[in-house]
Design a binder for this molecule. Structure first.
Ligand code: AKG
Ligand code: FE2
Length: 356
């Protein structure tokens, strides 16, 4: 894709559409005429949009250009392409290893999702996440709210910044013997043990009662593919559901409520609303941006998500054998709810440890 720069200054909010809620903040917008693709670049904050020219398909966009724009701007939305699921899957498959496309889930009670980076509570964090709206639903496309973690970190006071750099998040979860044996069989214990031992930042123990305890530690402050520090993690979502995440700081202490409250308020103040309509797609740098959804009590909103593991070249733990694939599914939370969460107390850790 060759970029012919056509720097016409436009007043803010010149285009309509939900995504432009964010763009109204712009002082000016840059349009790039490019062989029929009118690429609009937000030059004032994170974010970028590619707008289709007549007859263009989402697969006419150049993958290298897409990676470069997401690296630079943190997120990218594709508008006017009316992408189908098949076209979305063809496009996303051009960016390395992708998980299967999943359908976004809505809890029966309509509960909100807190800000999170995708899968940042386990070692299989993709470096990019894609979304496609298949159907806007009864409310006209409830937005996914996103926030730029680079900006968030920069705006945090010096003390909290220092705290975030000095601490890590730790997710301690424990599953029953019945669960892991159903996954790998009694003979699979030694292999499961070896797989877990080989995953960076994970430590685990098989306890005397047969439970499997797994602890995963990850920084609060991440480094983006563009080399900037970012507040991008799953702290705020994890606080909403302690029995699932088992969150603490690295030393086992709780996350200070004042930190969570401060970041939550700052993130909401700075969030950008990515509204959806059928055929609109988007991709987020998952080391820079966090995303959330407000309470949703509508019907019919059909949003698909696809985790792209190595969009920027990240290397994730191997999951190519049946046991390593099952371990991935377990740590991603797909095999069952933990029977217990939180760090092992010292005594339990010392006396109940049982190696395979
Ligand atoms: O529904 C949304 O807007 C976001 C959903 C989400 O965060 C996810 O499925 O990973
Ligand atoms: Fe998500």
């Amino acid at each position: 894709m060759r970029l012919g720069l056509d720097l016409r200054r436009r007043p803010e909010g010149v285009r309509s559409g939900n995504v432009l809620g964010a763009l109204r903040l712009l002082r000016f917008t840059r349009y790039v005429a490019n062989q029929g693709i009118a690429m609009k670049i937000n030059s004032d904050q994170a974010g970028c949009e590619i707008v289709a020219g007549p007859g263009e398909s989402i697969n006419d966009c150049d993958p290298r250009e897409i990676v470069s724009l997401v690296r630079r701007h943190g997120w990218l939305v594709f508008d006017g392409f009316d992408a189908t699921v098949a076209e979305f899957e063809a496009l996303t498959s051009r960016f390395g290893t992708c998980a299967g496309t999943r359908t976004v889930h809505y809890p029966a009670g309509g509960e909100a999702l807190g800000f999170h980076a995708e899968d940042a509570y386990n070692p299989y964090r993709p470096d990019a996440i894609w979304f496609l709206c298949v159907f806007a639903g009864s409310d006209g496309g409830a937005p996914t709210r996103i926030v730029d973690g680079v900006r968030l970190l920069g705006d945090l006071g010096a003390d909290w910044q220092e705290f975030c750099r000095a601490n890590v998040l730790r997710f301690d979860r424990q599953w029953s013997r019945e669960l892991w044996q159903a996954g790998v069989g009694p003979q699979g214990k030694a292999e499961l043990d070896a797989v877990l031992r080989g995953i960076p930042a994970v430590s685990h123990q098989f306890l005397r009662n047969g439970d499997l305890h797994v602890s995963y530690s990850t920084p609060i402050v991440t480094r983006t593919p563009a080399g900037e520090d970012s507040f991008s993690n799953t702290m705020l979502q994890a606080i909403t559901e302690p029995p699932f995440y088992g969150l603490s700081l690295g030393n086992g202490a709780p996350v200070p409520p004042e930190l969570a409250e401060t970041v939550q308020q700052m993130a909401i103040d700075r969030e950008i609303r990515l509204g959806w309509k059928a055929g609109r797609a988007g991709v987020l740098d998952n080391f820079r941006m966090m995303h959330r959804r407000s309470e949703y009590n509508g019907t019919g909103r059909d949003l698909r998500a696809r985790h792209c593991e190595d969009f920027f070249g990240s290397v994730l733990p191997d999951a190519s054998t049946p046991v390593s694939a099952w371990a991935k599914s377990l740590l991603q939370g797909d095999e069952g709810y933990p029977v217990q969460v939180g760090p092992l107390d010292r005594e339990t850790a010392l006396t109940t440890s049982e190696r395979a």
